[in-house]
Design a binder for this molecule. Structure first.
Ligand SMILES: [Zn+2]
Length: 216
């Protein structure tokens, strides 16, 4: 039986997740960030042993709870090998990680951060997008080159993950706390772009676009 909780971690509307298998009595903490105690407590309350602490990417607001989470759970840290913290289980592109009967699959999706991965659980079609896809927008990029890389990552995710998958982002930046890939493909202005040129244009126009629509 699936255990899946979206947890408000503090910070800049950060979201982290508890994902586990109740029958096996195990779970992973994903980006516990500002609230490692609360995440470990949710696992403990449900009798779940934490087998992994997973980071979607190496930005400070996603990894800053690792040390405390490790202290509380003694679980190994799983992340892309390039994140600026010590990694026990390197998550290269295509790696699969077992959490009880769950098989978590990782895609390397650079752009917003060079060490970014998405986490996908195929049986329940749960996609944790970190700061790659938010509800209604995508992760910020600093240069056109990073934006080009992010565009490639978005295309990979769209090609690899079924549209019915639910989308669970790393921040509560949208009109809703979660979405589906199909809904994002139909409504997210960045995923509606026909090509890279349109995507780069949308990135440039975004501040004005946002203001016009009254988005935060
Ligand atoms: Zn980030």
């Amino acid at each position: 039986m699936l255990v899946f909780e979206q947890i408000r971690a503090g910070g800049d509307r950060n979201f982290g997740y508890l994902l586990g298998d109740r029958d096996a009595g195990v779970a992973a903490l994903i980006d516990p960030s500002y609230s490692p105690d609360a995440f470990a407590e949710r696992a403990r309350e449900q009798g779940l042993r934490v087998t992994h602490i997973i980071n979607t990417h190496g930005h400070e607001d996603h990894i800053n709870g690792n040390a405390r989470a490790v202290e509380l759970t003694h679980a190994p840290v799983a992340a892309h090998p390039d994140v600026p913290v010590s990694v026990d289980v390197p998550l290269a592109d295509g790696v699969e990680l077992a959490v009880g009967s769950l098989r978590l699959q990782f895609l390397h999706v650079p752009g917003h951060a060079p060490d970014h991965v998405t986490v996908y659980e195929p049986r329940h079609q749960i996609l944790l997008t970190g700061d790659l896809i938010f509800v209604g927008k995508v992760g910020g990029t600093k240069t056109d080159e990073d934006a080009r890389i992010e565009w490639g990552s978005l295309q990979r995710v769209v090609a690899a993950i079924p549209p019915a998958a639910t989308v669970w982002p790393g921040h509560d930046y949208g009109a809703r706390p979660s979405s589906t890939l199909a809904l994002e493909l139909a409504t997210n202005p960045f995923l509606l772009c026909a090509d890279l040129t349109a995507f780069l244009g949308m990135k440039r126009e975004w501040p004005a676009y946002k203001k016009r629509l009254g988005l935060r």
